[in-house]
Design a protein around this ligand. Structure first.
Ligand code: HAM
Length: 438
């Protein structure tokens, strides 16, 4: 049996280099042209939605100084502690491939003095992120997020704008089975007292929790709430709920968020155990969950981060944002509706004879310059084989140029739907094709 690319790559890993072919690194994927069309469509709709809400695109570097993520996301988070791609450059600086977009966007906000401009700053981004996680369906090491950040307002309507914008985007793409989960995780004024109560409530069962939860108990107790293990969930089932421990300000904020959601008729479920995996959150947190994605079911998530700008060296500035996984959105879309077949081309230029070929190359170039999607044979195929190829590429029309047609500066145009054929002067080809063949 022929050796697969993966096998040969594995063999290479074992040190036998030979002529083995390489595969893409584990947890990464190529996006090939047919799939890339679906990505382009997702990007197009996302940009449209972001622009409609007044967000402008920001493109930050793919790597940043490691310290940005350590300070911004938090040293005790899994992302920073276990999942970063960190390396030293030739000048011995520690750099990290961005595991998420928010920290970089806030850095750019400060670096470009947007804090001194009109508030809030509304920024969106699309692009690759990197986390060293165990790959599985919906979880990759290089994945892509689309996201938005609204920096400089603490208005609860901005929190709801985020949820509404993501829900609207998903709906516009044709996804509607998702669920919005909502929680508030309080602020530095009310959370410490809650965390102390949580620790106390869990103290007697710590030894029975899973090893990660035992570690969380010491390093980031809030995360005890979202352990997926049934045994841990059972042991922590009766612990106090954060929503009951909010200070007046957080409580009032959350009430207004819910009011706005109701006004916009955005359905949501309160999810008291939703805490998110990044340390910068305050008050509102949310996730949009798809029923079609299995274990990695979060299409996107986000929340408020009123302390982040200050943590990164700026003035006290509230902010709120979200990011969604583009692979997961596409996966959910593929599950919820049948794949469309790739769209065809406007014309296939078939030719025979040396003069026919010269004319065909010229004709194809002119039609393409005019904006038509045009293919031409470069493999010296027989006319019959070229017709077959045109069919495979779902050409609307075939432009046929032989020696005779070339001599008359004309071509035969065959409408692939009706099968009708007519001779058309070269000067009139664009006109005829633009009208749809015949
Ligand atoms: P996050 O929840 O870590 O939040 O990631 C957001 C989304 O990115 C997830 O819901 C998921 O769809 C996708 N995602 C995350 N990790 C992976 C992975 N390994 N493979 C595939 N998809 C993945 C953030 O990143 C925050 N920066 C969101 C935010 C923006 N909060 C405020 N502003």
């Amino acid at each position: 049996m022929a050796e697969s690319w993966r096998d040969s790559a594995l063999r290479m890993k074992g040190g036998v280099i030979g002529l083995a072919r390489l595969s893409a690194p584990r947890g990464t994927a190529d996006i090939m042209p047919q799939e890339a069309r679906r990505w382009q469509e997702l990007e197009r709709v996302a940009r449209q939605v972001f622009e409609a809400y007044g967000y402008g695109e920001v493109r930050t570097p793919i790597f940043e100084y490691t310290e940005l993520f350590q300070r911004g996301i938090g040293e005790a988070t899994d992302v920073v502690d276990k999942e970063m791609y960190t390396f030293r450059d030739r000048a011995d600086r520690s750099l990290t491939l961005r595991p998420e977009g928010t920290a970089g966007v806030v850095r750019a906000y400060l670096e470009h003095r947007l804090d001194g401009a009109a508030q809030p700053a509304k920024l969106y981004y699309l692009g690759p992120m990197f986390r060293y996680e165990r790959p599985q369906a919906g979880r990759a090491r290089q994945f892509h997020q689309l996201g938005a950040e609204c920096i400089g307002t603490s208005d609860p309507a901005a929190d709801v704008e985020m949820i509404g914008m993501l829900a609207g985007l998903l709906r516009r793409l044709g996804l509607d089975g998702f669920e919005v989960r909502l929680n508030s995780i309080g602020c530095p004024r009310c959370r410490p007292a809650y965390v102390a109560r949580l620790r106390e409530a869990v103290a007697s069962v710590v030894e029975q929790l899973c090893p990660s939860c035992r570690e969380r108990y010491h390093r980031s107790p809030l995360r005890l709430l979202d352990c997926k293990r049934e045994s841990c969930q059972r042991l922590t089932a009766g612990v106090p709920v954060l929503l009951d421990a909010l200070c007046d300000e957080c409580h009032g904020h959350f009430r207004q968020v819910r009011q706005h959601l109701d006004d916009l008729e955005i359905e949501y479920r309160l999810w008291p155990r939703l805490v998110r995996g990044l340390d910068y959150y305050t008050k509102t947190v949310f996730e949009l969950i798809s029923p079609d994605l299995g274990a990695q079911d979060a299409l996107g998530g986000g929340g408020r981060y009123d302390g982040l700008v200050e943590t990164l060296g700026g003035p006290p500035t509230p902010g709120v944002g979200f990011a969604a996984g583009m692979e997961r959105i596409l996966l959910a879309l593929a599950k919820s509706r049948p794949q469309e077949t790739a769209s065809g081309i406007d014309a296939f230029v078939a030719h025979h004879g040396a003069e026919g070929r010269r004319a065909a190359v010229r004709i194809a170039a002119r039609l393409r310059d005019a904006g038509l999607r045009v293919e031409i044979d470069y493999l010296n195929r027989s006319l019959r084989a070229q017709m077959k190829q045109a069919d495979r590429q779902r050409a609307r029309a075939v432009v046929i140029v032989g020696e005779d047609e070339a001599a008359r500066e004309a071509a035969r145009v065959r409408d692939m739907e009706t099968g009708r054929e007519q001779e058309v002067p070269e000067s009139n080809l664009l006109h005829v094709l633009a009208q749809g063949g015949n």
